[in-house]
Write a protein that binds this ligand. Structure first.
Ligand code: ATP
Length: 359
């Protein structure tokens, strides 16, 4: 059972700069006063009442903490400390400094599939540690796959806010996650299983190799329709001319509508794209490469979408605050943007759909 300390965080940690944020959280670099060691402090806003949609339910935070406490793996973020205050819970997590895997790869000049498969293998090993304990991540996406630092290239899975324990045969249904990465059973409100994560591994690998998001539509509804119709292909040469048949086979075993037919984490770990069995298979991985120019565009598009969401919220909030007369300049992802009054209806910050949703 998750235990929280109730003292003030500042008594034990020096609070430093912002390093990230989520729908209801802010992540800051913190330094432990007694050891001088740096950590990531995740400040999660608690939901104040059952009627509110703002903040995270205490029981969900307790679940995130108890799952983090149960996990112990080189490729999974570890929890060092946890505090509960009146309005928020603060998780003191292992600090990762290498940024997102996709950003790291996109900076390279050339990456072959052998290198890509080694990264996917590390993700699978972390997932195996979870699935062996009947824990499902349920929010696997590029933002949640980071590098511990730039020297070791060690993968780190982060953000266990949507994670669940799912025992075999247990009937858990929920609508959650980010449209581009959610499995058909989530959209159809059918039972979730450990293989719900395996769908996301298929989507992530597809993007990693091509820079193309397989199901992304013009809006969320179209994305959902593409997912439930399993509407993807490897036909476009601009994206797949340098992708191996082995990699396509790996993805084809994951993007299956029926979760029972999807490859499990163990089956993925022994798939020849991850574990080649012949010289021919090894050569196939070495001579196939990632479409890095497309991956750079994918990353840029994602940053742009996140910025536009922030601008939209700021515009709506500034209208709410009746700052109609003057325009305001804000810093969004390093860019200066001028917010002008708009004529949209008043909203609350709940309208921010972030990247993933707890509903
Ligand atoms: P979401 O609303 O997207 O589910 P969240 O509120 O659960 O997010 P996280 O995804 O855990 O929050 O963290 C938000 C961001 O903070 C991450 O995308 C990442 O950039 C940064 N971050 C989180 N944990 C760490 C960490 N341990 N070390 C460094 N940065 C981190």
């Amino acid at each position: 059972m998750a235990m929280f300390r109730t003292e003030s965080v500042e008594e034990f940690y020096q609070i430093g700069e912002d390093i990230g944020s989520g729908q209801f959280s802010e992540v800051k670099k913190v330094t432990e006063k007694s050891t001088g060691k740096d950590y990531a402090g995740k400040f999660i806003r608690k939901r104040r009442s059952t009627a509110s949609r703002r903040g995270v339910k205490r029981e969900d935070i307790v679940r995130e903490v108890s799952i983090l406490e149960e996990l112990s793996h080189d490729n999974i973020i570890s929890l060092h400390d946890a505090f509960e205050l009146q309005k928020e819970v603060v998780l003191i997590l292992e600090l990762v400094t290498g940024g997102e895997l996709f950003h790291y790869l996109a900076e390279e000049d050339h990456v072959n599939e052998e290198v890509a498969a080694q990264f996917v293998k590390k993700i699978l090993e972390a997932l195996k540690h979870m699935h062996d304990r009947n824990i499902c991540h349920l929010d696997l996406k590029p933002e949640n796959i980071m590098l511990l630092n730039r020297n070791t290239q060690n993968i780190m899975l982060i953000d266990f806010g949507l994670s669940r324990r799912i025992k075999p045969g247990e009937d858990i249904r929920d609508i959650m996650g980010t449209a581009e990465f959610v499995a058909p059973e989530i959209i159809n409100f059918e039972p979730l299983s450990l293989n719900t994560d395996m769908w996301a591994i298929g989507v992530i690998t597809y993007i990693l190799l091509s820079g193309l998001s397989p199901f992304l539509g013009d809006d969320q509804q179209e994305t959902y329709e593409n997912v439930t119709a399993i509407n993807y292909s490897f036909e476009d040469d601009d994206f797949f001319s340098s992708t191996s048949e082995l990699a396509k086979d790996f993805i084809d075993h994951l993007l299956l509508k029926d979760p029972r037919k999807r490859a499990t984490v163990d089956q993925c770990l022994s798939h020849p794209w991850i574990m080649p069995r012949s010289k021919k298979q090894k050569v196939q991985r070495q001579t196939s490469h990632l479409k890095l120019e497309n991956l750079r565009k994918f990353n840029a598009k994602k940053r742009w979408k996140q910025s536009m969401k922030v601008v939209s919220i700021c515009n709506k909030l500034s209208k709410n605050a009746r700052l109609r007369s003057a325009s305001t300049t804000v810093d969004v992802n390093g860019a200066s943007l001028t917010l002008t009054p708009c004529d949209e209806a008043p909203v609350s910050t709940d309208d921010y759909d972030g990247t993933s949703g707890r509903r």
